[in-house]
Design a protein. Structure first.
Length: 132
């Protein structure tokens, strides 16, 4: 059986966070086009990163050498059903992280509440697809 995940073409930044090959055989987070981490709530950013690290871990479990020999910025892809299941799992990691940070005085409750609403809606887009 081929691995669930495979390298794709060059990443074109859009409005989403994703993971890409780092050019050194590893995987890194690619931020959305024009995104500035300095302007993000640090607690929300931590949870967004945990979501992307969840994808990284799933990819590496399936295909540990996926980025070996690949140029920096190479997209990582998989069949729709694989991606959908991964999005449900990793969105839940982000949601659990956000819920755990509620009430933390170093976090903005408004930013966390907004992120929770967005992420639950995002997760449910994939969760409600047939076959999941």
């Amino acid at each position: 059986l081929p691995p669930d995940w495979h390298p794709g073409g060059p990443h074109q930044p859009d409005g989403d966070f994703t993971i890409v090959c780092d050019g050194n055989g590893g995987i890194k987070i690619a931020d959305p086009k024009g995104y500035d981490r300095k302007n993000a709530d640090p607690c929300v950013q931590e949870c967004v990163d945990k979501h992307e690290y969840c994808h990284r871990d799933e990819v590496l479990q399936s295909n540990p050498n996926i980025c070996v020999g690949q140029p920096a910025g190479t997209e990582i892809g998989g069949r729709d059903s694989i991606v959908d299941r991964s999005e449900v799992r990793c969105a839940q990691v982000e949601i659990d992280c956000l819920n755990a940070r509620k009430g933390d005085c170093s976090c903005s409750d408004a930013a966390i509440t907004g992120a929770l609403k967005r992420e639950e809606k995002y997760r449910d887009r994939f969760k409600n697809k047939p076959g999941l």
